[in-house]
Design a protein around this ligand. Sequence first.
Ligand SMILES: [Zn+2]
Ligand SMILES: [Zn+2]
Length: 270
Amino acid sequence: MKTNYHTHSTWCDGKDSPEDMVRAALEKGFSALGFTSHALLPLADPWTLQPHTAAPYADEIRALAEKYGDRIRILCGVEADFITGRVRSDRSVYAHLGLDYLIGSIHEVVAPDGVRVPVDHKPELLSEGIARAFGGDAQAFVRAYFAAEREMAATCDFDVIGHPDIIRKFNGVLRYFDESADWYNEELRRTADAFAASGKIVEVNTGGIARGWIDDAYPSPAFRDLLRERGVRFILSSDAHSAAALDCAFDRFAAAEDYVDSPRPSHRKS
Ligand SMILES: [Zn+2]
Ligand SMILES: [Zn+2]
């Protein structure tokens, strides 16, 4: 069964309209497609749903679910940002939208002085952020990132943990930390423990491959081993920002894990 439950569109920073994404999914033989626009309610930011566009977005996805319902299962969710102390990826924040599910993701790490450092936007913004907000201490930045991942998993009510080690995205060009270092693997173990305790599904996200920054999915094979050992369930997702990328590298990762086929295997509605 071919499914993707992490899909962007022109409602946030995606290139194609929701209907174009549905048509591409049909052409590629998908049986289900879940939309997850970026959202950090109650804040407004240009790359995410705005407080006033969230309801129209959900309405449009539901209309598509109705229109194409005999050919493909369409779900409406959001990729709900967690920003430490400011924004929570929690079902209660989005309850008024009646979503089918939530992905919880981190794209910004809050430095000790309160500055928000973008993790995966541009390499130069990341290196500037580490230099200015973390005094050049990349290890402190990486530790703060994983501490936020653990806090999100432990304290927010959502379904799928999005791209849990996206801090690797620019490590190929910036080489700002050593993925084989003991301290890094200790962070992975602690985070795997927290994810397992949360009971949430973790996605295997191929989105970095489509963008050309990394030739691997998130989480890394080593991180996936730790998660699998702890009984964490996986879901395969492309994090597509265009119709062409809807099944990016799915052929490569389809057999990598024993995936669940729904972001809320035992539920229907939030
Ligand atoms: Zn994301
Ligand atoms: Zn995404």
